[in-house]
Ligand binder design. Sequence first.
Ligand code: NAD
Ligand code: IPM
Ligand code: MN
Length: 351
Amino acid sequence: MTNHRIALIPGDGVGTEVIPPARRILDAVGRRHGIAFACTSFDWSCERYAREGAMMPADGLDRLRGFDAILLGAVGSPEVPDHVSLWGLLIPIRRGFRQYVNLRPIRVFEGLGSPLRTAAPDAVDLVVVRENVEGEYSEIGGRLNRGFPDEIAVQESVFTRAGVTRVLDHAFALAARRGGRLTSATKSNGVVHTMPFWDELVAERGALHPEVTWEREHIDALAAGFVLDPARFDVVVASNLFGDVLSDLAAAIAGSIGIAPSASLNPEREFPSLFEPVHGSAPDIAGRGVANPLGAIWSAALMLDHLGHPDAARDVTDAIAALLAKTDVRTPDLGGSATTAEVTDRLLDLL
Ligand code: NAD
Ligand code: IPM
Ligand code: MN
């Protein structure tokens, strides 16, 4: 029996609705594969902020440090400004634990026609590799003269040679293990100063990976390419903000952002990595029991893979594929009328 200590942070809104299903799936697949999960739940959230004035305790990261992995639902509530909730919980975890690689795979499953109806089932199988700790998401800048005619907001993008190189190397290595193709999202046509630097580093690292065919594509054209011909992509590497946008777009092409998973990885394993659905707390549907749990469950599968259990991970993704191909049990975001619990129950049967 292998034991893993998992920190659960359900967070806010539908985050609290999709983590219990993910945990049920983990326990079920763990029983089959001889893996035990000792889960500890943390109530760090906007509710905690309202109660105690902080999203997490001051020593929050120290409390998480000893876990093997973190499974998070979503952070954010209409009651708390997003910059407070996100810089108070999610972003410090990603940065403090050097989770500089953010993997966001997506597939168009059989039985789930893309809303665009251009993509054949199985033709789309891509991973967005998002730089996760620097770039456009920097803490350098500020806002002055609030409410006055001379109001100004400034934020410096920060791209470092070390930070870009390490995520590129991860993406090239992943491309080498997958289809051997890599696309780099850029915007180097003269206006954005950081992107020519990004491009130079892509060329530099690409030269070290002759087994990978790579190209760069401007982010605007690339976004159009995702819609018009998503099957042409395999590994797509992007800066923090570009990767954020591309990953929701990829998820929508596959049917709904409710299914998309994400892994914020600390590849050196100095710290726990973080697994969370791509979606947010969805205040518009929270509390109704209809949130799609598949994004959180697929994230749990990424966690299994990271913890060294690829067979258990595959059982989970195979069950998701079977659910979508062979049943019409789906939450409303996928055009169905099932609840979160009904989807989870059916998935457990298929496991
Ligand atoms: P969102 O992802 O919460 O919602 C966008 C749309 O997708 C909504 O229509 C929502 O109903 C739908 N949706 C999201 N998850 C779903 C699910 N599991 N099943 C079915 N439908 C689902 O994005 P938003 O509205 O931009 O943000 C809402 C809040 O979430 C904000 O506070 C934001 O900052 C936060 N947020 C947090 C994370 C995170 O914690 N990783 C990610 C994105 C947004
Ligand atoms: C995501 C989210 C976050 C991000 C927000 C909530 C800060 O959109 O995980 O995709 O932009 O990283
Ligand atoms: Mn996002």
